[in-house]
Design a protein. Sequence first.
Length: 299
Amino acid sequence: MTSRGPAVPAGRAASPRPPAIVASDLDGTLLAPDGTVTPRTVDALAACDEAGVVVVFVTARPHRWLTELAAHVAGHGVAICANGASVVDVGAQRVLEEHGMERARVAAVAARLRAVWGAHVHLAAESARGFAAEHGFASAHEQPPGSPVAARVEDVADPVTLKLLVRTSGPAHPGGPDGFVADLQRAVGDLAHVSTSVTGAGAALLGEVAAPGVTKAATLARWAAGRGVDPADVWAVGDAPNDLPMLTWAGRSFAVANAHPQVRAAVDEVVPSHAEDGVAQLLERAAALARRVAPRPRR
């Protein structure tokens, strides 16, 4: 069984106040290790819906990877995708907001990366319409049929790129995922914001590049404010470094026990791992707290 950290850090008491919103990462967090939604999580999502607690998925995934989740958000679920670059109606698979990079910025970022890594850097682009990649980009995921491939990603990218993906060939980066992201950020400077959803020393390195200021936190904050919800009424849970801005912003923050050490150290509370239905347990707690007060209307 995965070990878990302290339930609540020293000096902090768990709040009895129910959240209006629970914002959850997906991979490594709400989803089981095999990428599925467990029966307990299905029931917990339904319990939150019945209690008036809104659950919003906040993920690095593109929206085309959310089809199988639509049934679990009661037909009205919203997801913040691509590390904050888009807001999506999960049931309708409709993009509601885009916060992407235009072609000129993508080309400028690519040029800076090639200036550092030369032929060893390989890029791909996610947009609201699909995926495009360079010939050397290796993906562990099956790509949509007909996705364009070229020598330079900027020649086949859509007018707006939500997220530029970066891999490199050659020797392994000595600094692992954290060092890789730091080097990428130094290379692109203020042209873009770099993060990663990769955790674990053995994982293949992946840089995720967004427009300046685009993070899970920034988009979640706008989305919540538009519904009259303050940060104090938001719970957020995640596992990877790209979740840190969201966890810092939220009124109460949680990490699953399998999270990156930096994430576990930054949150108010550590819950059981994604192999132990940790987020389901958190959602059950949120629903129980909400049932003790007047049910909230759906937003």
